[in-house]
Design a protein around this ligand. Structure first.
Ligand code: DP6
Length: 353
């Protein structure tokens, strides 16, 4: 019972910001993203009757108890669906610069959902897989699919209509996405905590909800029409609105730092020179800049010259979840499994399923 899956991160063009159900990860609004080719997570999962608890290896190291518990709770959902009570060894390798503040939860939970459901023997389609990945981290439901992806929020209380799907048949539009790493100092408010505080306390949240569906339909039609300016305008406006809600929260907070604003100003300057580039920002100080492929080198060079910019990663639309052969060496799956499964069997039982 082993499977290995690979999933890529995504960048939201229209943001998911706020939950209507914390336990089921049901969002207040629909969102839209591009899955990126450059950053991904590969995860091997093996269930075994002789394990006495779940074991979680992250980038070759045994993960902390807290991290393992989160993974274990997520696996519980999959065990429930499968009607199984087996523990697992989870071996995850992140090719995401997480230390630089780029989030890996989307690719992480998408890869885990795919590998674990396959390893436990569930035969499900990508829509169901997206619903399961959502319950690890909301944005993970979008990483099941490649290219341009929409997460429809759904209306039902059980979440069965809240899942992601590709935007139309449009996977061919090869835009460039530059992930801009800025020099950052402050400790960040995690997105989960930030969106909760905003929903509960920000008077600006109502304005977000009033306009986000319109932003989404503009973005959807811009993608279908390949209208880059129309897409860029709505992407920037939507990001600014999301960040405005945090300023009204109690206590207020902001994800931007001076370097973030530096990058914003440089993007605006590029536009004043006729180069079409647009920014978006998630729950941190880094900036993503979208442009057309013909402009990617000039935009990249300019951004690399900004003092507060530490690095720029050039990305393009990437694929959805894929499954890898069990012998894949990136995860050294078999060897690691044997090592940790033996070590684990020697431990005392710490939780009962
Ligand atoms: C600002 O998916 O990380 O990046 O569901 O609580 O795990 P949880 O949150 P997460 O939030 C992402 C927020 C965002 C916008 C987006 O990706 O749509």
């Amino acid at each position: 019972m082993e499977a290995i899956a690979k999933a890529h991160t995504n960048i939201a063009l229209i943001k998911y910001w706020g939950k209507r159900d914390e336990a089921l990860f049901l969002p207040m609004n629909s969102s839209l993203s591009i899955t990126l080719d450059k950053f991904y997570t590969t995860t091997a999962v093996q269930f075994c009757s002789c394990l006495k608890e779940d074991v979680f290896l992250l980038n070759g190291q045994l993960a902390s108890e807290d991290e393992t518990l989160k993974i274990s709770h997520f696996l519980d959902k999959i065990r429930d669906i499968a009607g199984q009570k087996l523990y697992a060894v989870v071996n995850s390798v992140n090719k995401v610069p997480t230390a630089a503040g780029f989030a890996s939860s989307a690719s992480g939970y998408a890869a885990l959902a795919a590998a674990a459901t396959k390893a436990i023997g569930l035969e499900i389609d990508n829509k169901t897989l997206s619903q399961i990945a959502r319950q690890g981290s909301g944005s993970a439901c979008r990483s099941i699919f490649g290219g341009y992806v929409e997460w429809q929020k759904g209306e039902k209380t059980d979440g069965t209509d809240s899942f992601a799907k590709p935007v139309g048949n449009e996977q061919e539009w090869n835009l460039s996405i530059l992930s801009v790493l800025v020099a950052s100092k402050q400790k960040k408010v995690l997105s989960r905590e930030g969106m909760k505080r905003t929903v509960e306390t920000s008077p600006f949240y109502a304005g977000w909800l009033e306009t986000v569906e319109k932003d989404l339909s503009l973005a959807r039609s811009a993608i279908n029409e390949h209208d880059f300016e129309k897409l860029g305008d709505v992407v920037e406006a939507n990001a600014l609105k999301m960040h405005a809600t945090t300023l009204g929260a109690n206590p207020p907070f902001m994800y931007w730092q001076s370097a973030t604003i530096d990058v914003i100003e440089h993007v605006q300057e590029l536009r004043s020179k006729g180069i079409k580039a647009y920014f978006t920002i998630d729950a941190g100080p880094n900036v993503k800049v979208i442009c057309q492929q013909k402009d990617e080198q000039v935009v990249r060079d300019l951004l690399l010259n900004v003092d507060s910019v530490e690095d720029v990663y050039l990305c393009h639309p990437g694929p959805g979840v894929t499954y890898l052969p069990a012998s894949t060496t990136e995860n050294g799956s078999k060897l690691l499994f044997n090592r940790f499964h033996q070590a684990n069997c020697a431990r005392t039982i710490s939780r009962n399923l």
